[in-house]
Design a protein around this ligand. Structure first.
Ligand SMILES: O=C(O)CCC(=O)C(=O)O
Length: 325
């Protein structure tokens, strides 16, 4: 990998091997201060199906204030655990107690850096209270960052991802991590992950942000409205994702424009490679003996399916627009 993220070699090794790693991150005082911040934010938090995601619920100015308040408490831990990193997309991800619809289905996160040049980015997901599986816990498909190596682009309502039609199968192989308050997980944005509904009697309080090495340029991968079989790559500044919500890109696309009138620095064609369900299942069942190779599970000579109407992104649209996607 071009740039290491963790100072601790063991954590870095696990992150590279498995695509996620759990580690101690906050002390008890930091957790207590974050719980206070959460209590102050709670009256203004918008929930849908028991789920609040600050980065998609708040306006840019509110996001900026929350980022400042969070980093004031968290920055010492970032400096302790990580080599020089940049971070974007700061906020709470809350699941209300006994919210039977608050699950998030299996997905990968967007591409934020030049992964093809060896850079990696990830989500830092910090448990402010204990997060066992039944409190909306999170699971990962170990090693999937290595073979699900395609880019993930916007607008999310249009984007093709070969995992879309295999979510249920993939979800059967997730490894769930119980977190204690103050522990965190960093996962590679390529790693397939999902979280279950909160069936416990306590709200789940998590703080999350996206993290990447300081020397990596932040990118936006956006399907070009003027050439819809092509994804444009845009260099964007560190406040770009604070100025935008995930759903903004679809609105800009509908106007036949690029976000903020930006010009792509490069582009690539959308390939629509599909995965063969039987080969994928066999590879997943056999993955402790033989690492999965993308080429071994690709479907040959089959018409592509662009079913983005299921799963995480459809769910996000539903949450954000308050309607069926
Ligand atoms: O907070 C959760 O339950 C899941 C979050 C997630 O999947 C994400 O941030 O990509």
């Amino acid at each position: 990998m071009k740039a290491c993220i963790f100072k601790d070699n063991e954590a870095q090794k696990k992150f590279e091997e498995n695509g996620f790693v759990k580690f101690p991150f906050l002390n008890a005082d930091q957790c207590a201060a974050l719980r206070n911040l959460y209590e102050k934010q709670l009256p203004g938090m918008v929930f849908s199906n028991g789920l609040h995601i600050s980065v998609d619920a708040y306006a840019p100015e509110e996001k900026g204030k929350l980022k400042t308040a969070l980093l004031h408490l968290i920055e010492p831990s970032i400096a302790r655990c990580f080599k020089p990193v940049s971070h974007v997309h700061h906020g709470f991800i809350v699941k209300q107690s006994e919210s039977s619809q608050s699950q998030i289905s299996a997905h990968q996160d967007w591409t934020f850096v030049a992964e093809n040049e060896g850079f990696n980015s990830g989500t830092l997901w910090i448990a402010v209270n204990d997060v066992p599986k039944e409190r909306g816990g999170i699971g990962f498909l170990s090693g999937s960052h290595k073979w699900l190596s395609h880019t993930r682009y916007t607008p999310m309502e249009l984007a093709y991802n070969p995992i879309n039609e295999h979510r249920e199968l993939l979800a059967k192989h997730l490894v769930f991590e119980d977190l204690k308050a103050g522990e965190a997980v960093l996962w590679n944005h390529r790693t397939l992950h999902a979280s279950v509904a909160n069936s416990s009697k306590e709200d789940r309080m998590v703080v999350a942000m996206s993290l990447f090495p300081k020397d990596a340029q932040l990118k936006l991968h956006y399907q070009l409205p003027t050439a819809p079989d092509t994804v444009g790559i845009f260099d964007v500044d560190l406040e770009f994702y604070q100025r935008h919500k995930a759903t903004d890109f679809n609105l800009v696309y509908a106007q036949n424009k690029c976000p903020e009138g930006l010009i792509p620095v490069s582009s690539y064609p959308i390939t629509m490679a599909r995965l063969d369900a039987d080969k994928l299942e066999a590879a997943l069942n056999n993955s402790s003996q033989k690492p999965i190779e993308t080429n071994d599970i690709l479907m040959k000579n089959i018409e592509p399916s662009n079913d983005s109407n299921v799963g995480f992104w459809a769910r996000m649209s539903k949450i954000i627009f308050q309607k069926d996607a």
